[in-house]
Design a protein around this ligand. Structure first.
Ligand code: DSN
Length: 483
């Protein structure tokens, strides 16, 4: 027995031991953790916003840093005893600055929406609050008269933001009314060209000139093309807007030097936000990058809009950012895009319809109406065959945001497992086979349903078998054996 244990990798020993400890308190949770590894191993994951963090990242997250409160910033905390938190936060920020070539990095946001809220309030403070304090001759809001404070609060709530519409692939935190961003700002959207599906910079300029936003946002969660950030910055400058880029989806492509020059947001934007868990392949979390002008306001993120920092996650961000600075991450990022292009070509060759006709980033948006399906039916049928995706609206979607007419596919996760261009053609064949083998089903009353479907069982079994073979050739976490 002892010799068997000694043959296990150090990762296997670490995760087995951790699960034993969890199991001794709540076995159902240990079982769910183990089952999640099985699910992740056995599914063909094409969700564009997901990835697989390394064992080092995962282990850096599970420790006693979780017990520490550390409101404030490095060296300026509201709690004693933060020297080790200072260490990991400094390391994470240093890696982020070096990796992205940013003057300042704030690594505390817990998620992408948190990072965006930090950025919004940094810009509002810089552009609205600080000038108001200056006019009133005071240094901070507590010193304002009740009347001046009431005026400033109204001004803070009456600013304009221009971002990409949700329908065109923008993100709900860029001014979508049901989200807090849409309630905070007077918002307007730019869309995409109805014929090509591409961003129309002249149209963005026209709207910006008319609307004159305080903040112009670029970034997306379902747009399969690069954005020219130099052009967007020119538009922002012309109308006096602060230019913000939310690079949550493509941060890994920026880190991996696939998006450079006009397509790297960092040299062009005043402020950049991101998540750390998508193409960047780190722990779940967020981050803000900016120049020195906004640094002090960004650092007020906690407790302005963030709860206490999560030091254990900042430790994992530091590890992930260190990984992303290695040369092999550039190879990975290049493969993510090559794979997305190959997947798009494979689907197009089989007659599928892709929004914009293809991709030049890590994702593609498949319009499934040509298969006679809604996005919801397509998503569910694919899952039945072991392919995990998410449904997504296509521009001007007649089925709305719940049922949708699209499926969003991305390659960061499969690329992390080592699948390459040749296998992407096979994956395209599997996706196509499932969609072609699925038809809408009527509800019990015989009425057409946007959710019910019938998938040919033989197709599902064949695809699931082929997907399992593909995945078996590219094991997930090969160094981890939970026994
Ligand atoms: N939920 C993320 C995505 O899937 O794109 C964005 O917030």
């Amino acid at each position: 027995m002892a010799s068997q244990v000694s043959e296990l990798s150090s990762e296997s020993v670490a995760f087995r031991s951790a699960l034993d400890v969890v199991r001794s308190v709540e076995p159902r949770v240990a079982d769910a953790i183990g089952a999640e590894l099985v699910d992740q191993r056995e599914s063909l994951k094409l969700i564009a916003s997901e990835n697989y963090a390394s064992p080092a990242v995962l282990l850096a997250m599970g420790n006693w840093f979780s017990d520490k409160y550390a409101e404030g910033t490095v060296g300026r905390r509201f709690y004693a005893g933060c020297r080790n938190v200072d260490t990991v936060e400094s390391i994470a920020a240093e890696h982020a600055r070096e990796l992205f070539g940013a003057a300042h990095a704030y690594v505390q946001p817990h998620s992408g929406i948190d990072a965006n809220l930090v950025a919004f309030w940094a810009v509002l403070a810089d552009r609205v609050e600080v000038p108001a304090l200056g006019r009133a001759g005071v240094r901070q809001v507590n010193e304002l008269t009740e009347q001046d404070w009431a005026v400033l609060r109204r001004q803070l709530g009456d600013q304009r933001m221009l971002g990409m519409s949700l329908d065109a692939g923008g993100h709900l935190t860029h001014g979508f009314r049901p989200n807090i961003s849409g309630k905070m700002f007077d918002q307007r959207s730019y869309g995409t060209d109805p014929t090509t599906g591409l961003l129309d910079y002249d149209e963005v300029r026209r709207i910006a000139r008319e609307f004159r936003p305080l903040i112009l946002i670029a970034g997306y969660s379902a747009y399969p093309r690069r954005v020219n950030f130099r052009l967007m910055r020119e538009i922002a400058d012309e109308v006096g807007a602060t230019f913000m880029v939310d690079m949550a989806h493509f941060a890994g492509l920026v880190a991996g030097k696939v998006f450079t020059g006009d397509f790297d947001p960092v040299p062009h934007a005043h402020i950049v936000t991101t998540t750390t868990h998508k193409s960047l392949r780190g722990p779940r979390g967020g981050m803000v990058l900016c120049g020195p002008e906004l640094a002090a306001q960004v650092d007020r993120g906690c407790p302005m809009v963030l709860g206490g920092p999560l030091p254990h996650v900042m430790a994992a961000k530091a590890v992930a950012l260190a990984e992303a600075r290695r040369p092999d991450f550039q190879t990975y990022a290049a493969r993510v895009v090559e794979n997305a292009v190959a997947l798009a070509e494979g689907l197009a060759r089989r007659g599928a319809s892709l929004v914009t006709g293809g991709t030049d980033n890590h994702m593609l948006l498949l319009d499934v109406s040509g298969y006679g399906l809604t996005g919801r039916q397509a998503e569910a049928a694919l899952l039945d065959a072991g392919i995990v995706t998410n449904r997504n609206s296509v521009p001007r979607d007649p089925n709305g945001a719940w049922y949708t007419s699209g499926i969003r596919l991305g390659t960061p996760a499969l690329t992390s497992r080592g699948l390459g261009v040749a296998e992407m053609d096979e994956v395209a064949g599997l996706v196509h086979a499932v969609l072609a083998g699925t038809r809408p089903d009527a509800g019990p009353d015989g009425a057409a349903s946007k959710a019910r479907y019938l998938l040919d069982r033989a197709v599902a079994d064949r695809v699931a078998g082929q997907a399992a073979d593909l995945l078996a050739n590219h094991p997930l976490y090969p160094t981890i054996d939970l026994g």
